[in-house]
Every structure is written in C-alpha cells, then in structure tokens.
Design a protein around this ligand. Structure first.
Ligand SMILES: Cc1cc2nc3c(=O)[nH]c(=O)nc-3n(C[C@H](O)[C@H](O)[C@H](O)COP(=O)(O)OP(=O)(O)OC[C@H]3O[C@@H](n4cnc5c(N)ncnc54)[C@H](O)[C@@H]3O)c2cc1C
Length: 463
C-alpha cells in the first residue's frame, strides 16, 4: 500500500476519537491530540453531560469501525418517554410503534474510552493528552500546542488537520480570524441553561424509577429529564431559564428556595434526590446554544462534529450527528479516491444542509419536550402515529422515527417530511377531520396524501 498522508486530529472527544479510528483503519498516519487528561485515568465528568442517548445514526458510526458488538454492553435500552405530571402520575409513550426500535442510554466516558482503547491497538496512531492546541496554520497543516504541566510550546506538522475540538473550537476561531467575511459564523444561546443532578440507586440497590425509559417532567417553561446509568443511578438534568418566570437559575440562590422549587414543581422527583441541595450548588450551570458556520474547510484544514455544528441537546442527536459526520466523510473520501482536499470540500458542501436541519429539529424539540408532550393534541397525535407504525410499519414513520431510527434518511429529508406530517396530523386532530367511519388505513392514506402535498409545496394551508 502506498504511504498515506499524516492527519492531525485536534480534540479526542467522541467525534475525534471515532474519526481517528476510521482514519487509522484506512491506513493514514494519525496524531490525535487532546487538551484534557486521559479520561480513562482521571475523573473528568464535572461540567459535561454524564450520559447520552445513542441511536441509529451513532450506531452506524460505531459499525463502520467494527465496534457495534462491543458497544452493546454499555447500552441501556430506553423504549419510550415516561412523562411525569405534577401529581406524580406517569404515562409511558413509546418512541416507535415498530418492534425493536428504541434509543440507548450510554456513559459518555465509557463510550469515549471504548474508542480510545480500540485506537491504541493501531501502530499508526499517536495519542497525546494534556496538549491544548493554541494556534493552527490552516494552509500549512501545522499546529501549536501548550502542554498542561508546563508552559512549554511545541508544534506538530502534518499533511492535513481536522478540528474536532468541540463547540468552543480553537480551529474554528482560527478560520474565522483568517477568513473574515468569507467565513460565516453564528452562535445563538437559549435563555435556558442546564444543571445535572442525580437519583442514586435505592437502599436496596435498585433503580429509583423505571429503568427502560427516558423520563420527562414537562412543566411549560422548565423541564427535568432523567436517563439511567449502569450503576443503577439516573443522571437528572434540569433545564431552566436564567431569568424571568417564577423560578430561575438566578433566583434559586439558597437551599430553602431550591427545596421549595423542587417540592412544588417536581414533587415525585424531589423524593428521589437525597443530595439535591449539595448537588445543586456544587454542580455547574451551563448554557445551551446552537453554533453554525461555513465553510467547514480552508487550506488543508477541516472542521467536524460540534466544532462545525453544535446543537441544543433536545433531540439527543449531537453525538449521533457527529458520528454520522464520520460515516459521511468516509464516503466522500472513497468517492474522491482518497484525495483529502476534494473530500474536505465535498463533505462540507453536502453535509451542511443536514447539520442545519438537525439544529432546527433540536430547537423544535425543546418546545415539544418542555410543554407540548403534556398537551392533549400532542398525545393524540403520538397515539395515532404509534398505531400507524404498528399496523403499517413500512408505510409510516413519525418525525421522531425519521430522525432517530431511519439512519438511511438524511436529516434534511427528515425535517421536511416530519414537519409536514406533524402539521397535518395536529390540524386534522384539532379540527376533527378524522371521521368516525374511517378505518386506520383510510386515516393513514389521508395523512400521507396531504402531508406529501404540504412537503412538496412547502405550503402551510388551512385544513
Ligand atoms: C447536556 C447535554 C446533553 C447531551 N445529550 C446528548 C444525547 O443524548 N445524545 C447525543 O447524541 N448528543 C448529546 N449531546 C451532544 C454531544 O455531547 C455532542 O454533540 C458531542 O459530544 C460532540 O462530540 P465532539 O467530539 O464533536 O465534541 P466534544 O465531545 O466536545 O469533544 C471535543 C474534545 O476536544 C477537546 N478540545 C477542546 N479544545 C481543545 C484544544 N484547544 N486542543 C485540544 N483538544 C481540545 C475537548 O477537551 C474534548 O475532549 C449532549 C450535549 C449536552 C451539552
């Protein structure tokens, strides 16, 4: 085999580690650098989401590198949303009407460690921790680094650089500085932030609530969610505005107010959080934002993962999309006969529309999860969609299914079709357009027919 190029990948998070693995498998010489310590040796969880929802698009990335079996032992299947109302009543709504479609709760550290362990088995990989990139020469593929334990700087020269250094990407900042108005960049923050809390395992060593679901406490402007962990705890995330409304992050300033807020708004969850008051003040509050930029490549440098498209976490798709980036990039590289420069360009041009689509879908879902999930029309729509999926598994895919379980459908197609279906279904339910004499097949035919029209014409019409 001809000697392949040397690729410098900056950022050994989820995207960088998967990408490095794929590039190593393709025979490239890979240097992967990370500013933090090796997460397999140090506890780095503070301030980062501890567990994540992994679904089909992410699994497709793991399959590409041959880790689909190994990852199974890290996954806890979540079959649906379990909604908790203020009285503590629960309702389980499946994610899909089809058998075998579910999402998985997975530890961020466990998954990242799996990728790094595999990566280390390749002789053509050099893995460097505690090396923070401070500057990139985008045209020369040369980057400067500062080591964690000293102020000394050093440089790595490669043939190409790929920045997978997350939402605060230094590589992206470098592109912006160098390209000026030829580089578009936007950053939009929500008025909400998030804080992670815990339901520990019960005294008997069991899960404190149903293990096989993603739990949601929708409360209009606030929301609590919980995902299960392997140690039988749950990671609980509070999404709350920084200011305004009755309670917000800026006025939850002492233990008494925090206790009052949780007892009042999340009474059943409150009972499962013995360490609430300590955790609330010890754990960081972090902002939530969407980052878009373009182009993703310049000179001999490319951006990938959150560095090029960070999204809010409400579709559970940020990592999944970043893994799908690697799969898509792999295709572009193959189509370009391993010409990296061409692949950098075509990948960015094609993938940008999909990245924008999932960013928009994630914002849609913010509103859907915190309030609509508890509304009657939403519940009726989900019920009908689940019936369609169960009875006609090949003919109907809800927006959620298109995004989460149809890894063969690009996000840009999923958003068009899914939004049209949502609109049509909700309007039909609101206006009682499903006649009592219609059977399920007739209802489905009507929905498909009208939503296809809505999708094609991009019309929002009065039904
Ligand atoms: C609260 C929350 C919940 C989420 N839940 C989900 C979910 O359920 N499902 C899902 O799919 N996604 C989820 N996401 C999104 C997911 O976390 C990201 O999309 C994913 O981590 C992106 O991977 P990445 O490798 O591109 O970036 P990151 O994971 O941020 O990795 C970037 C890496 O680069 C390193 N780095 C940064 N700067 C430098 C530098 N200068 N030099 C060297 N290294 C550097 C960082 O230390 C880090 O290791 C969630 C995000 C949040 C905030």
């Amino acid at each position: 085999m001809a000697t392949k190029e040397h690729i410098l990948i900056i950022g050994a998070g989820l995207c960088g580690s998967l990408l490095a693995l794929r590039m190593a498998q393709l025979g490239y010489k890979v240097t992967l650098t990370e500013k933090r310590a090796d997460l397999r040796k140090a506890d780095l969880s503070a301030g980062r989401s501890i567990n994540l929802a992994l679904s089909n698009r992410g699994l497709k990335g793991l399959k590409l590198v041959g880790l689909e079996k190994e990852v199974e032992s890290l996954c806890i299947p979540m079959h649906g949303r379990m909604l908790h109302d203020k009285k503590g009543e629960t309702q389980l709504s499946s994610y899909s009407g089809r058998e075998g479609e579910y999402i998985n709760s997975i530890s961020r550290t466990g998954l990242n460690a799996l990728l790094l362990d595999k990566l280390e088995t390749y002789p053509n990989v050099d893995l460097k921790f505690k090396n923070a990139c401070t500057h990139v020469d985008l045209k020369q593929a040369k980057a400067s680094f500062k080591t964690d334990d000293s102020d000394s700087m050093f440089t790595i020269e490669a043939d190409y650089v790929i920045g997978t250094d997350g939402a605060g990407s230094v590589v992206r900042q470098q592109m912006e500085a160098e390209r000026g108005f030829l580089f578009s960049h936007s950053q939009e923050f929500l008025t909400h932030g998030y804080k992670e809390l815990t339901f520990p395992a019960t005294k008997e060593g069991n899960y404190a609530t149903e293990k096989g679901a993603l739990h949601i406490w929708p409360r209009g402007e606030n929301m609590l969610i919980a995902l299960p962990n392997m140690d039988k705890s749950f990671t609980v995330t509070l999404f709350l505005a920084y200011e305004g409304g009755g309670y917000n992050f800026n006025n939850l300033t002492d233990e008494a107010i925090v206790e009052k807020y949780f007892k009042e708004v999340y009474p059943d969850a409150y009972k499962l959080m013995p360490d609430l008051k300590t955790e609330f003040f010890e754990n960081p509050t972090a902002p939530l934002g969407t980052i878009r930029c373009f182009p993703w490549n310049y000179g001999k440098t490319l951006l990938m993962g959150d560095a090029s498209h960070a999204i809010v976490p409400f579709y559970g798709q940020g990592m999944n999309a970043s893994f799908e980036d690697v799969v898509e990039f792999d295709k572009h590289l193959s189509n370009a006969d391993d010409d990296l420069k061409t692949a950098f360009q075509t990948f960015g041009q094609q993938r940008k529309t999909d990245a924008d689509a999932i960013a928009d879908l994630a914002l849609d879902n913010f509103h859907e999860m915190k309030s609509h999930t508890a509304e009657d029309v939403f519940l009726a729509k989900r019920k009908l969609e689940l019936e369609f999926e169960k009875e006609f598994p090949k003919d109907y895919f809800s927006k959620y299914s298109l995004v989460t379980f149809r890894e063969d459908v690009p996000y840009s197609k999923a958003i068009k079709q899914g939004r049209a279906q949502d609109l049509v279904l909700q309007e039909m339910i609101r206006k009682n357009l499903f006649k009592p004499e219609m059977n399920l097949q007739e209802k489905l035919n009507l929905v498909l027919q009208v939503s296809k029209k809505a999708e094609d014409n991009e019309l929002i019409f009065d039904l």
